[in-house]
Design a protein around this ligand. Structure first.
Ligand code: FEO
Length: 371
């Protein structure tokens, strides 16, 4: 992509990754972006960088606006390599540029890249003045790494929110209201479910921290910028962080060997529909576990089914449940099911994981063949 002027003196200079479909195990069907922002003032500031293979794109985009060697400050909001991947190169290219980051990020950068950086460690609420602009640092530990931080540009009322409020989508559109509400919140929810879900308490703290800020634009590190749906997105984050779900929404997630467990999945789904629920049936043969977890985000009811194979659940179901256990959804109602030939351990194993997550448990549905 080329650089994009967000406002006078403020540019988006990151990279668009149209082709990526697997993001560290998370399926991203519409690609993603690695957003970086350049702010021109008496001192020139770059906020975040890009994944290493996109280094040339970042440098080319910056060069459309200013000689990259003139950058004075880099604000590194997060050290995960999709945002810090270019820092080793930039540290050689512009060694005098100071890198502003949290104490945790300072430690992480050294560990990830096995080198020292020209860092300045910042504390919550500290500011950086670049001339007419003031950047206020708002650390957000565990949203979603220990080092994570957002940065507020006071004079422009812009929150550079890094991973928070991001979405994995590559698009020609630059803003939430250009994508449209349905697609924007579909990608936002998918992102939250797969990346942010275990950190509800930390998200709630971040929302409290930014509630005092007057924000008219959110510039995240992935996806489009938020200007039209900021209030709704904050409300969604608040709901997702506290496991508010839709009492009328359910998912039935399963895999099957010879079709009997699939047939039973349909029976459960149809029964729930007859009871007034909106139900999505998800076969793990057809859909990735990251799709299934995104559909669980708003659903109160979750049925998980598996045939029994060699005294275990099927590997696809085990993968989904391992993933779900790590993401720790709460306050759900779970139903384990499965059709078996002779031993039938799978539904018990599924229910054990529901118990670990403190789900309310519905009676297990475990049958021998068609009985
Ligand atoms: Fe987009 Fe946590 O990196």
């Amino acid at each position: 992509m080329a650089s994009y002027k967000v406002r006078d003196n403020i540019y988006s200079v990151g990279a668009v990754d149209w082709g990526v479909r697997n993001f560290h195990g998370y399926e991203v069907p519409r690609g993603t972006t690695y957003n970086a922002y350049l702010i021109i003032d008496e001192k020139i500031t770059l906020i975040d960088t890009v994944k290493a293979p996109f280094n040339d794109e970042l440098i080319a985009n910056i060069s459309e606006i200013v000689d990259p060697r003139k950058i004075d400050y880099i604000i590194s909001n997060h050290t995960e390599p999709d945002h810090s991947g270019t820092l080793p190169y930039l540290s050689e290219f512009i060694p005098n540029a100071k890198i502003y980051c949290t104490a945790a990020a300072n430690k992480e950068l050294k560990a990830i890249y096995a080198q020292d950086f020209n860092t300045v460690v910042v504390k919550p609420g500290e500011t950086l003045n670049t001339g007419k602009y003031t950047f206020r640092f708002v650390p957000m530990p565990m949203v979603h790494w220990p080092d994570s931080m957002s940065t507020y540009l006071e004079e422009e009322k812009i929150l550079f929110s890094n991973d928070a409020l991001g979405q994995h989508i590559a698009s020609e559109e630059k803003y939430d209201d250009e994508l449209g509400r349905e697609l924007f919140f579909e990608r936002s929810g998918d992102y939250y479910a797969n990346i942010v879900l275990p950190f509800g308490k930390q998200v709630t703290k971040l929302l409290a921290d930014i509630s005092a800020l007057d924000i008219n634009l959110v510039c995240p590190a992935h996806g489009v910028m938020l200007r039209g749906y900021i209030g709704e997105a904050v409300q969604k984050y608040s709901d997702w962080a506290t496991d508010v779900t839709d009492d009328k929404s359910a998912v039935v997630i399963y895999d099957t060997m010879w079709g009997a467990t699939a047939k039973h999945a349909k029976k459960i789904a149809d029964r729930w529909r007859a009871e007034g629920l909106k139900v999505e049936e998800i076969s793990l043969k057809d859909k990735h576990h990251s799709y299934a977890i995104a559909k669980l985000l708003d659903a109160k009811y979750i049925a998980v089914g598996s045939s029994t194979l060699n005294r275990n659940m099927l590997p696809s179901v085990a993968a989904f449940l391992t993933y779900m256990k790590g993401l720790r959804p709460q306050k759900r109602v779970g139903l384990a099911f499965g059709i078996y030939g002779w031993s039938g351990e799978a539904p018990d194993q599924i229910e054990a994981i529901f118990n670990e997550l403190n789900f309310e448990i519905l009676p297990k549905e475990k049958f021998n063949w068609n009985s």
